[in-house]
Design a protein around this ligand. Structure first.
Ligand code: DCP
Ligand code: MG
Length: 398
């Protein structure tokens, strides 16, 4: 299976947030950074960049270049909240995320795009969803590896969405200056130029890395491969957040009965859909119950075969629930799945009867097209129209 890596990077992040929250700053040069005489620029809006202002420049210099600029102190808490929102959006697509900073992350899309027309469509969907949720623009690069994905997100900035397809790696980067190679700083750039290497393609077409060794030492091989668009570094996702789940706190506490049964069906539907969107199946199913006195308990069980089926999640969720003695009204319910593996990996390891698969796929597609809730099976429809709505502020995932 072909590896696809995506790099997401917000455009002029801090400055864009300030322009979003203060419409009078839109279209104007905004510089965010330390406001003292020794302060430096954290970032500048694209309008301010036209004056030559960039990150890490002294504020004094930025003032000189653009006296009419709007100079602002960063509001890190606000940026952090937005960063969390973006991370949550990405995590609905895949758990394989390596965050690099507040506004930047790598995602491993391998296998995921089977749900979409291709990896480009996954990028489009994530970019659109980020804009819908935050009114901010992300640039997205998709490529066979991390180096090219990051490069691709940068090459079309701002508002970029670029894919470097398989087979196009070396050709895409051949005419770029050598400083565009990952890890080539000013000093290495000078060394390469002095030896006559200006463009990446000049390095890529060498017969091997031997002539680079006197110039680059132990880095020669890595840079030679990079020049051909080769980079094997894995996306280093957090192995701890390997679960997908949903939970809700209810407006009115619930007592045992039919409504609770419907809730399990609802969670099973939600979680199964997220699993399928991420191209994952999970082996361990957990439920969480919080009573109105805040006593909380969890129950879990492992299946023999990993699943992404809502029917299975529903049946196991109810089975776990039925083993709990319910003595008090319920404040919160949740269901999650861990022990995740990619659905393709699962196919080669186990064989699962494909009950309902056609139906759930059709529902996913319709919901993608017309929005969640357009297609509901009986139990879900009733839930959506019942008075048991969640308390929005406490909605979350676990
Ligand atoms: N940042 C900072 N100091 C730096 C570089 C960046 O405080 N030397 C902060 C401000 C940026 C944010 O991190 O808004 C993200 O950094 P990026 O390098 O992604 O830069 P931007 O998002 O601002 O611009 P771009 O559109 O080039 O990504
Ligand atoms: Mg950025």
């Amino acid at each position: 299976m072909r590896r696809w890596v995506m790099h997401v990077d917000m455009d002029a992040f801090y400055a864009s947030v300030e322009q979003r929250d203060n419409p009078e700053y839109r279209g104007r040069p905004v510089i965010v950074g330390g406001l003292s005489s020794r302060g430096v620029v954290a970032t500048a809006s694209y309008e301010a960049r036209q004056f030559g202002i960039h990150s890490a420049m002294s504020m004094v210099k930025a003032h000189k270049l653009c006296p009419e600029g709007i100079f602002l102190r960063p509001r890190i808490d606000v940026y952090r909240d937005i960063s969390d929102t973006i991370h949550t959006i990405m995590s609905h697509y895949t758990p394989y995320i390596e965050p690099l900073s507040l506004d930047e992350a790598f995602l491993d899309l391998t296998g995921l795009h089977t749900q979409y027309k291709g990896p480009y469509e996954v990028g489009r969907a994530i970019k659109d969803e980020i804009f819908e949720a935050t009114s901010l623009i992300a640039s997205v690069g998709i490529a066979p590896n991390k180096y090219l994905a990051k490069l691709a997100s940068d090459l079309r900035k701002p508002d970029g969405l670029m894919i470097i397809p398989y087979g196009e790696e070396a050709r895409t980067i051949a005419s770029l200056p050598v400083k565009r190679l990952w890890g080539v700083g000013k000093r290495t750039e000078d060394i390469l130029k002095e030896a006559g290497f200006y463009k990446i393609g000049q390095i890529a077409t060498l017969p091997d890395e031997r002539s680079l060794i006197p110039l680059l030492g132990s880095q020669a091989k890595r840079i030679y491969l990079m020049a051909q668009g080769i980079d094997d570094r894995p996306v280093e996702y957090d192995r701890m957040i390997q679960s997908i789940g949903n939970e809700e706190t209810y407006l009115d506490d619930m007592v045992d009965g039919e409504k609770i049964d419907r809730e399990w069906y609802y969670y099973a539907h939600k979680v199964a859909k997220r699993l399928r969107e991420a191209g994952l199946k999970g082996q361990t199913i957990s439920i969480k119950i919080r009573f109105n006195d805040f006593k909380t308990l969890t129950r879990q069980t492992s299946l023999q075969i990993p699943t992404d089926s809502e029917e299975t999640l529903y049946r196991v969720g109810v089975m776990l629930y039925n083993k709990v003695k319910i003595t008090k009204p319920i404040r919160l319910l949740g269901l999650s799945v861990s022990g995740l593996i990619s659905a393709d990996e699962q196919m080669s390891l186990f064989e699962e009867p494909a009950h309902h698969e056609g139906l759930t796929k059709a529902v996913d597609l319709l919901e993608k097209k017309f929005g969640e809730g357009i297609v509901m099976k009986g139990a879900l429809w009733e839930r959506a129209h019942s008075k048991y709505r969640k308390r929005d502020d406490e909605d979350g995932t676990f």
